[in-house]
Design a protein around this ligand. Structure first.
Ligand code: GRF
Length: 247
């Protein structure tokens, strides 16, 4: 290898890992991404890592509670370990539960065990449609984040949000936030990345962005525009948290 080749190899490797030559190697910041569907936010993370926009990060594992989630295909295409984890209570328990024990019989316990096995530093809910219990979240304190397609307030459980133009809008939590924003007739909605706490869609916000609702918007069209914003927000949030942890 010529010295130039060596140089460019070193700087590429440096960009990918965030390690500087001559300094002790930092271990990568490992993401566990949980999905239930299309996985376009997962793709945004994959692309950001491959394009060196998230140095020092890697996706350790993708888990889906749906066997046919397209996000699983996205992960496999990029050679990322991808697992379908059935979420119905006790499915498969007879194969993996320890005799006389129930430690691994719930889907949540199996998920926690997988995330620990894959040494995940941050759990990213990217379109994950299952509620996680306080007991589960207690095992990953301030290490689970979610992306939500509506504006959430700074005060967690508050029921209103004040937009940048001073309009007070209702807070939409849960599965139908995009349609609810349309039904409410408001002019501005948005997306947030927030920490996950036992109260659904009420944890501290890490970053958010407003999105204008256009006349005649359909749920699908609005959700597509929200997703464009989300793809930037999810990368920004992971960068913020990994930088704090890596440096
Ligand atoms: C996103 O809009 C996210 O806000 C919501 O679920 C959707 C997932 O989309 N929680 P995708 O599977 O990442 O395309």
């Amino acid at each position: 290898m010529s010295s130039n080749e060596h140089k460019s190899f070193t700087s590429k490797e440096q960009e990918r890992t965030g390690n500087l030559p001559g300094e002790p190697q930092k271990s990568p910041f490992r993401l566990g991404v949980l999905i239930s569907g299309t996985g376009s936010n997962l793709q945004a993370l994959i692309d950001a890592i491959e394009n060196q926009q998230l140095p020092g990060n890697e996706i350790a594992l993708v888990v889906s509670n749906k066997a046919d989630a397209y996000g699983l295909q996205r992960a496999l295409k990029h050679r990322i370990p991808a697992i379908y984890l059935p979420w119905e209570r006790n499915v498969g328990a007879r194969f993996i539960a320890p005799p006389m024990g129930d430690q691994l019989t719930s889907p949540e316990s199996r998920l926690a065990a997988l995330l620990q096995l894959f040494q995940v530093d941050l759990v990213v809910l990217a379109g994950w449609m299952r509620i996680l219990s306080a007991a589960f979240l207690g095992q990953f304190p301030r290490r689970v984040i979610n992306i939500h397609p509506a504006l959430l307030p700074d005060d967690g459980t508050g029921s209103t949000y004040v937009t940048s133009n001073g309009a007070q809008i209702p807070v939409f939590r849960g599965l139908h936030a995009v349609q609810q924003a349309l039904d409410a007739g408001i002019k501005i909605t948005g997306s947030c990345v927030h920490y996950v706490t036992p109260v659904v869609d009420a944890g501290p916000v890490i970053c958010r962005q407003e999105v204008a609702i256009e006349d005649g918007d359909s749920e699908e069209a609005l959700h597509e525009r929200l997703k464009v914003v989300e793809h930037r927000l999810i990368v920004e949030a992971v960068r913020k948290l990994s930088e704090t942890s890596i440096n």
